[in-house]
Design a protein around this ligand. Structure first.
Ligand code: CA
Length: 223
């Protein structure tokens, strides 16, 4: 699943991210409420894990705004252990479930599975498609014009990210953060290298070039 994790405690955020990735999920991190809201509005995550105590805008306010904007992505709130009032406010604001901190990762994973099932029954696509490029998310396979494309796990994640953001420009730092989970500003060259690999596999030999360079900003896939 494609998970947005909004958590300002960076160490915790990184650990949770690693645990989720080990389970095969793809994770975006946001570190404050404003950023989390913007990212939630900008991409189609399957689940949002939302801390309540956040800088800029608290989790309950983020949740309320999402629902107001008709974003119905399942939200799992991370609450303080004794935050009964927070939980009630959170559920009233449209959250689907909550998990008191500190939590066991096993419990987090179980709750995400439960929320994910609800979502999958809804409309989680089994594959992404742009033009004649198809990405099978369950089997993690890519093909173009019916021909299989061999991708490394990182390349797959990058292609999935670009396809989920079809037609939108993603910046080098967004890609860097999405693929490696940290701000590694000094070496955005890494991104260019991976995009070059991917482009060779996806676009070479095809009339229509799907991956576009947006000069000075980043990349986009599709129109
Ligand atoms: Ca917090």
């Amino acid at each position: 699943m494609y998970v947005l994790l909004v958590e300002d405690e960076r160490r915790l955020a990184q650990v949770v991210r690693r645990v989720l990735e080990e389970e095969g999920h793809t994770v975006d991190n946001a570190y404050d409420g404003e950023e989390g809201l913007a990212m939630a509005l900008d991409a189609s995550h399957d689940i949002i894990v939302l801390d309540i105590m956040l800088p800029e805008k608290d989790g309950i306010e983020v949740c309320r705004e999402l629902r107001r904007k008709r974003v119905d992505t399942p939200v799992l709130l991370l609450t303080a252990l004794d935050g009964v009032e927070d939980r009630v406010r959170g559920l009233d604001a449209g959250a689907d479930d909550y998990l008191p901190k500190p939590f066991a990762f096993q419990e987090l994973l179980a709750r995400l599975r439960a929320l994910g099932r609800r979502k999958v029954q809804g409309r989680e696509p089994a594959e992404l498609r742009v033009d004649n490029l198809a990405l099978d998310l369950r089997r993690r396979r890519a093909e173009r014009s019916g021909k299989t494309i061999e991708l490394s796990p990182k390349e797959f994640t990058l292609l999935e990210f670009l396809m989920r953001n079809e037609g939108r420009v993603v910046t080098r730092s967004q890609i860097l953060d999405h693929l490696w989970g940290y701000d590694y500003e000094s070496d955005s060259n890494l991104v260019d290298v991976y995009v070059a690999y991917l482009r060779r596999k996806v676009d070479r030999g095809h009339g229509r070039q799907l991956i576009r360079t947006v000069r000075g900003i980043g990349y986009a896939l599709g129109d």
